[in-house]
Design a protein around this ligand. Structure first.
Ligand code: NDP
Length: 479
């Protein structure tokens, strides 16, 4: 729903853009709905090309001074941002829950805000030292890392705040400046976060624009903009491909963190009771709307039924409800587009598979955690990324066949092996085609470990030293 700002303000808060350190209000805004209730949470400005160009110009103007400041200033800025997030944790958590749906509790929005602050502090501690490649009679060769310039960040709606921090913090730590564009489904927490960041950053270092995704494609303009030197995008493979195409003309640096269809393999020696909780969180974290969630589970025939029953028993005790209620462990699906996608995949699975838990939509956008057995590769719920609370469990008898089936996917983000024998698990893990592989857990990411996809799951990595380097160009100095 697009409205005039003056009409909108009467019903819910209107959040401004932040360009060059200034709050910018526009005449037209769009509504952001609470997926738990359908109520309007707030309004975001419906920006167009003029606002995007102003944001890019501000970031470009801020770059020379920001990149040449003493390194200690950028370290201090990262910590100051963490302080801001911590000081406003309650407000930000509630905003994320209301616009995205994840519960306040558990692995929900409080966890997301705390994680974002922790990521800021970890990123503050990274450094970009000059490497001396040669120093002798034949001369001295140094490798310097220089910030690329203006970075365009396009973020999704599943973890709106922490993903924005994953994009923005390494950029500003390395000396880049940023224009970010959150998803139209969840723009409010990013608008507010960038406003808070601007209380401690020089004007223009981090700017934010939002649009309703119906008219101007701000993401398309960012990917093609001649004054943006790098795009970092988290979202679908299809849109990642569009980013890559439009970025070609200006030879932008790219980090693309795209979809996954992560497989887990349960070996015959696994203990079903011991792994049930890990399987649940691996698959259903954030209602399954997580790029590196467990999306297909291959279980050996000998323990298939016991694993399914242990997982189902765990799920039966999971309260699903409005995320603002402290008792909720799962909330609604984040938006109607994703709800329809999950519902259609589950419906298609029913013809062949057996529904063990869930299986039918609840009220509004609520969809209960669903486990379906009896499927195999070739079925849509197995082959396609559901990105929602529906896990297919696939029975196997031959481990080689399970490894082949797990790898038989264009995606290659994460994978996992579940076993009581670490050496056996490690041997299988090393054969999975993915950027991260976990043993007896799935989806845990951490700021010191590079994270990224193989195959169609992306390009480049985020996090750790390798993630920071993606915001730099190499300059070799030969003396
Ligand atoms: P998309 O990944 O398709 O991305 C939508 C975003 O991309 C919007 O911000 C849009 O903004 C921008 N965009 C659109 N066209 C372009 C372009 N040509 N260049 C650059 N940016 C562009 O997300 P959806 O929300 O549509 O979700 C679709 C699917 O993506 C989900 O079902 C899920 O499977 C997957 N997904 C994966 C995530 C992950 O973490 N890997 C996260 C969220 C979703 P604008 O229109 O203003 O340009």
């Amino acid at each position: 729903m697009t409205l005039h700002a003056s009409d909108a303000a009467a019903s819910a808060p209107v959040y401004p853009l932040i360009i060059n350190g200034q709050k910018v209000n526009l005449d037209t805004v769009f509504a952001v709905d609470d997926p738990a209730t359908g109520a309007v949470v707030g309004f975001a400005p419906n920006a167009g090309e003029a606002e995007l160009n102003a944001a890019v110009a501000a970031a470009a103007a801020a770059f020379p001074a920001w990149s040449s400041r003493p390194d200690a200033d950028r370290v201090a800025a990262c910590h100051a941002i963490a302080d801001k997030l911590e000081a406003h944790a309650d407000e930000l958590s509630r905003l994320i829950t209301r616009e995205q749906g994840k519960p306040l509790n558990g692995v929900g929005s409080r966890f997301e805000v705390q994680g974002a602050a922790g990521w800021c502090r970890y990123t503050a501690g990274l450094t970009l030292p000059v490497e001396v490649l040669q120093d002798g009679e034949a001369g001295r060769v140094e490798m310097h890392r220089k910030p690329v310039g203006v970075v365009g960040s396009i973020t999704p709606w599943n973890w709106p705040m922490i993903i924005a921090v994953w994009h923005i913090l390494p950029a500003i730590r390395s000396g880049c400046t940023v224009v970010c564009k959150p998803s139209p489904y969840t723009p409010l927490s990013t608008l507010r976060m960038v406003e808070l960041m601007n209380e401690v950053l020089p004007a223009g270092v981090v700017n934010v624009v939002t649009g309703d995704d119906k008219g101007t494609s701000l993401g398309g303009l960012i990917s093609a903009h001649p004054d943006i030197r790098k795009v970092v995008f988290t979202g679908s493979t299809a849109t990642g491909q569009k980013v890559m195409r439009s970025a070609a003309d200006t030879m932008k640096r790219l980090t693309l963190e795209l979809g996954g269809n992560d497989a887990g393999i349960v070996l015959p020696d696994a203990d079903p009771q011991a792994i049930a909780e890990g399987l649940f969180w691996g698959a259903f974290i954030n209602m399954g709307q997580t790029c590196a969630a467990l999306k297909r589970l291959y279980v050996h025939d000998s323990i298939h039924d016991a694993v399914v029953e242990a997982l189902a028993a765990y799920i039966r005790n999971i309260p699903v409800g409005n995320g603002l209620e402290e008792t909720s462990v799962m909330g609604p699906v984040a938006n109607k587009m994703q709800f329809d996608k999950v519902a259609a995949l589950v419906e298609s699975a029913k013809a062949k598979g057996t529904v063990v838990t869930g299986g039918a939509p609840g009220e509004g956008l609520f969809f209960p955690p669903t486990v379906i057995t009896g499927l195999s590769n070739g079925d849509p719920l197995v082959d396609q990324e559901q990105f929602g609370p529906a896990l297919p469990v696939i029975r196997y008898t031959d481990l080689e066949e399970a490894i082949r089936a797990a790898n038989d996917s264009p995606s290659g983000l994460g994978g996992s092996v579940w076993s009581s024998d670490p050496e056996k698990a490690r041997a299988v893990a090393s054969r999975l085609e993915c950027g991260t592989v976990w043993i007896n857990k799935h989806g845990m990411i951490q700021p010191n470990a590079p994270f990224g996809g193989t195959k169609m799951s992306g390009l480049g990595v985020e996090f750790g030293q390798e993630g920071l380097l993606e915001y730099t160009d190499i300059q070799v100095m030969i003396l």
